[in-house]
Design a protein around this ligand. Sequence first.
Ligand code: NAG
Ligand code: NAG
Ligand code: NAG
Ligand code: NAG
Ligand code: NAG
Ligand code: NAG
Ligand code: NAG
Ligand code: NAG
Ligand code: NAG
Ligand code: NAG
Ligand code: NAG
Ligand code: NAG
Length: 711
Amino acid sequence: MRCNTKLPPISSLGTALVLLMSLASIASSCTEQEKASLLKFLAGLSQDGGLAASWQNDTDCCMWEGITCSMDGTVTDVSLASKSLQGHISPSLGDLTGLLRLNLSNNLLAGGLPQELVFSDSIIAIDISFNRLEGELHEMSSSTPVRPLKVLNISSNLFTGQFPSSTWGAMKDLAALNASNNSFTGPLPTDFCTSFPSLAVLELSYNRFRGSIPPELGSCSMLRVLKVGHNNLNGTLPDELFNATLLEFLSFPRSGLQGTLQDTNIDKLTFLATLDLGENNFSGKIPESIGHLKRLEELHLDNNNMYGELPSALTNCTNLITIDLGRNSFSGQLTKVNFSNLPNLMSLDLMRNNFSGTIPESIYSCTNLIALRLSSNKFHGQLAKQLGNLKSLSFLSLYNNNLTNITNALQILGSTKNLTALRIGRNFRHETMPEDDIIGSFENLRFLEIGDCPLFGKIPFWISKLANLEILILSNNQLTGSIPPWIKALSYIFHLNISNNSLTGEIPIELTDMPTLKSAKVDANLNPRVFILPVYPALSHQYRQPLAFPKLLDLSNNKFTGEIPLEIGQLKALLALNCSFNDLTGQIPESICNLTNLQALDLSNNNLRGAIPAALNSLHFLAAFNVSENDLEGPIPSGGQFNTFGTSSFDGNTKLCGSMLIHKCGSAEAAPATILSTKQTDYKVAFVIAFSAFFGVGVLYDQIVLSRYFG
Ligand SMILES: *[C@@H]1O[C@H](CO)[C@@H](O)[C@H](O)[C@H]1NC(C)=O
Ligand SMILES: *[C@@H]1O[C@H](CO)[C@@H](O)[C@H](O)[C@H]1NC(C)=O
Ligand SMILES: *[C@@H]1O[C@H](CO)[C@@H](O)[C@H](O)[C@H]1NC(C)=O
Ligand SMILES: *[C@@H]1O[C@H](CO)[C@@H](O)[C@H](O)[C@H]1NC(C)=O
Ligand SMILES: *[C@@H]1O[C@H](CO)[C@@H](O)[C@H](O)[C@H]1NC(C)=O
Ligand SMILES: *[C@@H]1O[C@H](CO)[C@@H](O)[C@H](O)[C@H]1NC(C)=O
Ligand SMILES: *[C@@H]1O[C@H](CO)[C@@H](O)[C@H](O)[C@H]1NC(C)=O
Ligand SMILES: *[C@@H]1O[C@H](CO)[C@@H](O)[C@H](O)[C@H]1NC(C)=O
Ligand SMILES: *[C@@H]1O[C@H](CO)[C@@H](O)[C@H](O)[C@H]1NC(C)=O
Ligand SMILES: *[C@@H]1O[C@H](CO)[C@@H](O)[C@H](O)[C@H]1NC(C)=O
Ligand SMILES: *[C@@H]1O[C@H](CO)[C@@H](O)[C@H](O)[C@H]1NC(C)=O
Ligand SMILES: *[C@@H]1O[C@H](CO)[C@@H](O)[C@H](O)[C@H]1NC(C)=O
């Protein structure tokens, strides 16, 4: 095309565009009937995401936003994913006689899915995933002629009812059916592949299907992807299923299945890339034939009852990227598997099994390893130098084994530059915490747990160099000495647990000056990167990111003396403060009432004197409170959360009085003004909200942690 050289390039481009567009409109102009069908669809929307601006009756609808036409002007595609559309889907779209593809994914559409679309005699792909569509899917009458639909994605909606089955006989071409994340009930449909011989993708996960896996699925000879996890199924994987030999994804996590993996079955699925049977009741061993799965990349058998040694044949699955066998009863040494042959391995999780022996050195040649969790097994011995080869390692948990030589372990680990989370507690029994400067700098460490050993020694100076540390757990050791003043140099720490040691001295003023605990705003600076694997601080729950840990200071069960510093009131971000079981004296500082985010406060079993500050009743989120076994006196505050605490919170303080205690307050020690008593109900509400936030969102910790930290 010749351009007018006097025009700036931008307008010449514009001219060209206009020209092109008008050319196109000459070539292809949609029919009035198609226009009318589309406008009816538009009229059914209560929120059109700005479509109306381009969908003008006096223009060619092939030019409209989201519409594509064929050369002859027939509307073939309606592509309106992620346009914030609200309202319902008009059946009028079914009148577009040449429509091939309809994509309305990720909008806010409600109402039903018009039958006219599913049973259209032109449409080959419908994607209405991620909407709020509801109702049941219709059966199709058996006389319906063959329909061309190939892809149907209705996932992540609110569909209910039984899944229509036998009468879908006309869907001979259906290749992909995705109905995940709805509320379908009843049995899994049995005759998918008599109806849909070309079915390649079947995804039904996150529904409420019941019953067993129909053996008929095995006749889906084209099936590549089968995902049915998170349902309420029972029974086993039927032998027939393994006739679907093209399977690449076989995924049934958390679906109530049991049985064993048969050598002769696994054998057949030579194309398998993902095998996910986690969180079921499978038992038995991993069959040797797993070695035939040369393409296997992901193996998830976690949370089952499987046992035995890992088969040496696993060494042949050289493409493995993820191995998750946690929470089973696997045992034996790992020496049969030569991990050197798994160069792609990025995540190996063997937690809570019964593996023994030393950590096999071949693991150290998996240089792509990002996450390694061997916790709660019976590994012994020292870490090998070659662990330092794992330059990508970001998450390492060796918690609860029988490893020895902590000095050696820390020296090796200190140089793994990418390590962000390290759990090595409950090992190194009765060793001494190394203090040497030879310990590396753990440049990126954010989570460090060395608890439950017990270790002798002091809180070591090398910890002061962990500039990015956010969570430090040294509880249940026998550390002595005082809290070092350099503690405040750890400017990102928000969870510090040094409980149950033999630490002495006063609570240093520096501890009340911890930057991240002083202001909730600092959160923004914290790195929200998720843990590669979830961290389990207690049996019942998991944290996927460090920020999910509560902002906590746990100094309990030590030998701290002196008074609680007034400056404690600066730690405004604190959710939990535990100073119980020490030898603290003096009064409860009034400034504690400034800790307005506090949900748990335990000062029990000290020698505290004086009154309980009345203004503590203004801590609206306080859900656990304990000052028992001190020498406190005067009236117990009333109102606010104090109306929810039982007498056990105050036991062992003979000079306390209060309406709930046997010792009532006389006129001389009249209760302080119950400022908040008139608003009592409001605070009850606040309390309920605070607690639903705990349990609902799971961001904070539940009673199990409370009892762990405050039990
Ligand atoms: C669009 O225009 C046609 C005639 O050009 C008219 O018949 C029809 O009613 C119009 N539709 C709407 C929705 O305005
Ligand atoms: C629909 O559009 C979304 C967003 O562009 C895309 O991810 C999805 O694959 C499309 N669906 C189909 C069936 O092509
Ligand atoms: C819906 O599922 C189909 C078939 O599995 C798939 O091609 C499409 O990408 C999915 N859509 C979205 C938004 O993921
Ligand atoms: C099913 O659709 C969901 C979106 O809701 C998508 O994430 C998933 O990948 C799809 N499954 C398959 C097998 O395409
Ligand atoms: C299920 O759908 C809801 C609502 O669209 C969505 O928020 C959620 O992420 C989906 N869950 C899964 C597992 O896809
Ligand atoms: C399907 O599997 C069953 C049981 O494993 C077997 O008896 C049958 O021969 C297989 N059918 C085909 C067609 O491979
Ligand atoms: C493990 O595999 C590596 C690489 O294939 C090989 O060099 C080594 O000899 C093997 N080790 C054993 C014990 O078989
Ligand atoms: C673990 O192995 C030991 C022997 O090493 C055995 O006595 C014990 O029963 C095993 N525990 C489980 C849970 O399998
Ligand atoms: C270490 O982590 C950084 C940031 O996450 C990443 O870019 C880098 O590739 C990692 N290094 C190795 C050796 O994996
Ligand atoms: C740990 O190993 C030591 C020897 O290294 C052994 O005496 C002890 O019994 C082991 N403890 C456990 C719990 O396996
Ligand atoms: C522990 O490790 C250190 C450093 O690697 C080493 O010098 C020391 O000999 C080891 N101690 C034992 C008992 O093996
Ligand atoms: C305190 O730590 C010791 C180990 O040093 C442990 O045996 C004990 O059970 C712990 N006590 C509490 C209350 O956790």
